[in-house]
Design a protein around this ligand. Structure first.
Ligand code: COA
Length: 277
């Protein structure tokens, strides 16, 4: 197995030199490890999530030094950097990719036991663990980290964060349920077992109201917006507190933690195991 410490050292030697040949060579080694899941853009340590910003930098080298090429052929011809071909799987990988317009870009990892419904897109640097359902019209953006047994419902968008390189990617921890038409962006962390109700949008500027404590949860300089473990979040609104909006009774969008997951929630989002076998 290639030693990731050695690869990091190699990156530090190459960075800023403009050496295209060594950069591409390193990129290919890193891309291969991203695809086996041995290397990740972000890892959870005891202190919390840590970003491997050098890995993101190496992915960017693939864009810088890759050459535009044609994939496929007419009438279905596509044009992208030769460093990012579409990934192809074999039956033994244990991943079900249902036919119909889905694409998994190279540099993305998908664990066995995950189901990808069409059309979905999984971008480079993303990590999708086992037992997930990536439903139709879902996006797993670049570098997003998706834990075990996560359900990303139809139409939901998990934003990509390739730049700036030290920016936290979106992280969805184990056993999270993301309802239909949600949008999770800008390094937001959804902690394990949380339930994101239909149509909830969260980005780095969104205040999240916890109705169980009366507090607003926000991103800070040292921490991204975090949805606490087990929180049940639904789309809500709050009145504008000043200026003309207040006079007009205008409300702003405001996601609300209505409660923490209980038996009722689990029965509301109960999934059919047979669909995942
Ligand atoms: C969040 C969700 C799971 C409900 O959780 P739950 O634990 O069953 O919630 P409850 O029914 O106990 O509701 C608790 C309170 O929140 C309110 N509430 C629940 N879901 C809500 C929602 N999505 N929007 C606004 N309010 C909601 C309820 O009206 C109730 O309020 P009340 O006590 O004032 O009456 C559900 O609303 C949801 O979004 N499911 C996802 C559906 C989906 O997108 N599926 C995709 C595949 S089809």
């Amino acid at each position: 197995m290639t030693n990731t410490t050695e690869l990091k050292k190699e990156y530090e030697e190459i960075a800023g030199t403009g050496d295209a040949e060594r950069s591409i060579n390193l990129f290919h080694k890193v891309r291969a490890l991203l695809e086996t899941g041995e290397l990740r853009v972000a890892v959870k340590e005891e202190t919390g999530w840590v970003i491997n910003s050098w890995v993101k930098s190496v992915i960017l080298m693939g864009f810088k030094y890759g050459k535009l090429t044609e994939y496929g052929g007419n009438p279905l011809s596509f044009h992208d950097k030769d460093t990012f071909p579409v990934r192809s799987f074999i039956t033994e990988d244990g991943i079900r990719v249902v036919p119909g317009g889905t694409s998994v870009r190279s540099g993305a990892y998908v664990a066995p036991g995950t189901v990808i419904m069409p059309p979905s897109y999984i971008n480079t640097g993303a990590y999708v663990d086992s037992g997930c359902m990536i439903d139709s019209h879902a996006l797993v953006g670049s570098c997003a980290q998706i834990g075990r047994n996560v359900h990303i419902s139809a139409g939901s968008q998990i934003g990509g964060v390739l730049e700036p390189v030290n920016a936290m990617p979106v992280i969805i921890e184990d056993n999270v349920f993301v309802g239909g038409n949600c949008g999770i962006y800008e390094g937001t962390i959804i902690e394990e077992n949380a339930v994101i109700g239909t149509g909830v949008i969260l980005n780095g500027s969104t205040p999240l109201f916890d109705n169980t404590t009366g507090e607003f949860l926000r991103k800070s300089e040292s921490s991204p917006l975090r949805v606490p473990a087990g929180a049940v979040v639904v789309a809500g609104s709050r009145p504008v507190s000043n200026s003309f909006g207040k006079d007009q009774g205008i409300h702003l969008y405001c996601p609300v933690i209505i409660k923490y997951r209980d038996k009722k929630t689990s029965s509301s989002i109960k999934l059919e195991d047979l669909l995942r076998s």
